[in-house]
Design a protein around this ligand. Structure first.
Ligand SMILES: Cc1ncc(COP(=O)(O)O)c(C=O)c1O
Length: 346
């Protein structure tokens, strides 16, 4: 099987969840194969993996908490910030839209009140509107940089401005699931902002989505607030060895980020040919506006074995579909399918 061929258990090319379309590094498979029966029989030790992740992110190990995917990190932040005190006001989460849907779900699960900030034209970051939405009841501001589903970056200065304005009990959470593709991170600023926590994942650029590993990065005091909401052994022994092997294979990472850049250029050019508006993305996907033809486009490429994601019901995303732009060969296949669907129907 070629490295970039989809494994047989998938019934199509998955461009709908922003995963690594080429799969993890072969070094990860070697590390998994080398797991001993004893390692699998034991609760996993975390210090080596934490040290490796901390080294990769350029922080001290006490600033890293591993999580079972970043999803678990977001749930833990929500549970620690947004549970209402008996008889007290509802804690508020400020969320600039359009946003990764998990923030909405987790705010609801935790019992907090969602304060949505509606998008501006071309999804320019709504700093003034976010600042205006902060109240004495704000307990968390959820930001995603670059944003999902738009791929549009959040200026680092805006994160700082928000962190300066939130009440002392609140955290600013910066989801950096796609930071390997943008090359921009708030992590170097964390020393100056102890009320900001950054979330990272190894699901995207490192191709470990199936193993579920991510992390929270922040001041030890901020992490101590969140840790009680994290299960003690939520990251498994396979993920622990896999993340170390993945971080060690920089060539695999750099090859993928290079292909993602090339794929995005191919997608922008295809949109121009097809008369579709799209948004320049700092992530590994492109939001394409197909207008009234969005559903037809999703169904048409699906019939050709390719999954893309209809995002038309998200705020500001009327008629938009989100397409992962990973391995160049996969992007070319998707573009060919889009051309068939849209041109044939004309
Ligand atoms: C913005 C954002 N945060 C977090 C996640 C979830 O990451 P993980 O697979 O580490 O749970 C995703 C996955 O799509 C995402 O888009």
């Amino acid at each position: 099987m070629s490295l970039y061929q989809m494994p047989e258990w998938y019934d199509g090319l998955r461009l709908h969840q922003n995963e690594h379309t080429g799969g993890c590094s072969p070094r990860v498979l070697e590390a998994l194969a080398a797991l001993s029966p004893g390692q699998i029989a034991s609760y996993p030790p975390y210090s080596a993996a934490i040290a490796k992740v901390a080294g990769y992110l350029g922080v001290a190990p006490d600033r890293v908490a591993l999580t079972n995917g970043l999803d678990e990190g977001i749930m833990a932040v929500s549970m620690s910030c947004l549970r209402p005190a008996p008889g007290g006001p509802l804690p508020e989460a400020v969320l600039p839209e359009p946003a990764f849907e998990i923030f909405r779900l987790d705010t609801e699960v935790a019992g907090g009140r969602l304060v949505s900030v509606m998008p501006k034209p071309r999804f320019a970051f709504a700093l003034d509107e976010v600042l205006a939405a902060i109240t004495p009841r704000t307990r968390v501001v959820f930001l995603t940089n670059p944003n999902n589903p738009t791929g549009v970056p959040v200026p680092l200065a805006a994160v700082g401005a928000i962190a300066r304005q939130v009440p002392p009990e609140a955290l600013v959470f910066v989801d950096e699931a796609y930071a390997e593709f943008s090359g921009v991170s708030f992590i170097p600023e964390l020393e100056r902002f102890p009320n900001v926590v950054v979330g990272r994942t190894f699901s995207k650029a490192f191709g470990l989505a199936g193993l579920r590993i991510g992390c929270l990065v922040g001041a030890p005091g901020a992490l101590d607030r969140i840790r009680p909401a994290l299960p003690v052994y939520s990251v498994n022994a396979a993920a622990v060895v896999a993340v170390q092997a993945a971080i060690d294979d920089r060539e695999h990472l750099h090859d993928y980020t290079r292909q993602v850049r090339e794929s995005k250029e191919l997608m922008y050019a295809a949109c121009e040919r097809l008369g579709l508006v799209c948004h320049r993305s700092a992530a590994n996907f492109v939001l394409v506006c197909a207008g009234p033809r969005a559903a037809e486009l999703v169904a048409g490429v699906r019939a050709r074995g390719i999954f893309i994601r209809d995002r038309s019901t998200e705020p500001g995303c009327d008629g938009c579909v989100r397409i992962a732009t990973g391995i160049v060969e996969h992007t070319r296949r998707c573009i060919a399918a889009m051309e068939e669907v849209l041109c044939a129907a004309r």
